[in-house]
Write a protein that binds this ligand. Sequence first.
Ligand SMILES: Nc1ncnc2c1ncn2[C@@H]1O[C@H](COP(=O)(O)OP(=O)(O)O)[C@@H](O)[C@H]1O
Ligand SMILES: [Mg+2]
Length: 316
Amino acid sequence: MVEAGDAIVARGLAKRYGSRVALDGLDLRVPAGAVYGFLGPNGAGKTTTMRILTGLARPDAGTVEIFGRPFGRGARRLLFDVGALVEAPSFYPFLTGRENLLALAAAGAPVPRGRVDEVLDLVSLRDRARDRVSGYSTGMRQRLAIAAALLNDPRLLLLDEPANGLDPAGIVGMRDTLRSLAAQGRTVLVSSHLLAEVEHLADIVGIIAHGRLVREGPLGQLLRQEGELRIRVAPDEIAVAGPILERLAGADRVRLDDTPSRDTLVVRCDPGLAAELNRELGAAGVWASRIESGVSLESLFLEVTGAAAGPGGGLG
Ligand SMILES: Nc1ncnc2c1ncn2[C@@H]1O[C@H](COP(=O)(O)OP(=O)(O)O)[C@@H](O)[C@H]1O
Ligand SMILES: [Mg+2]
């Protein structure tokens, strides 16, 4: 991915609407060829970011590079590299899906013959392409909108909450569509306020809260960094085990779980350290009766976006 370079590099994006701060110094780096899951609660600034990246809005401050070239006034040619679904898609309901795409193709940059059928295939709409859009489900309209975004064969696809309004089957269909686009080497930036939608799709996740990126990285790496081990020992061994774990993991990474039994130490660390910690405890004569590891993206997401129930929540 390094040699392929970056599809998007945004630095210090700021945007306010009156006194309301939508983006507060947002940094974003999307490597070429990646599926990037842009996660954040409602109001976090995802749509504002997408609008800036597609030239629909201008930032008050900050810079954007798309495929290594500055993006801004006078760089609209770059938009030919970008396909986007940012605003709610609108189609002529009385035309078929295919006719809608043909109309768009005629109005925009020239596309090769056969391209319309190609993109209909890509989003699995070929067999419904000759039906009127008025009879389409929400999921079919979303897929048609993605087909429209793909017409001029963009290298980069920006999709703002494409799963909104879809039922579970539609979400699975959307995920398959995005996977097949990524398999062709396209870069996909897809936003969502529901992490289950991107958890099994994204190579890289960026979490936005209050207009700032609070985490960014490969999913596995984030989970390791944010991992926790829950280690249960006899209550009278807490006093021995605690300092050992603090020495190995760092003093600020160990806490006593606030359960009534007061026998479980929670260590924030790579869950892969479980065996080593256990060995050190054993060497000091402390035998853990139970070690649980892991952190779901769900708890990470809730924690970093400040939506958790309260302090010390962690893994429940
Ligand atoms: N056109 C606008 N006028 C006023 N406030 C806006 C406008 N667009 C967005 N905002 C505000 O900016 C913040 C970020 O919004 P948005 O980018 O839509 O978040 P998200 O897409 O993550 O839900 C919110 O507080 C929202 O109310
Ligand atoms: Mg939004």
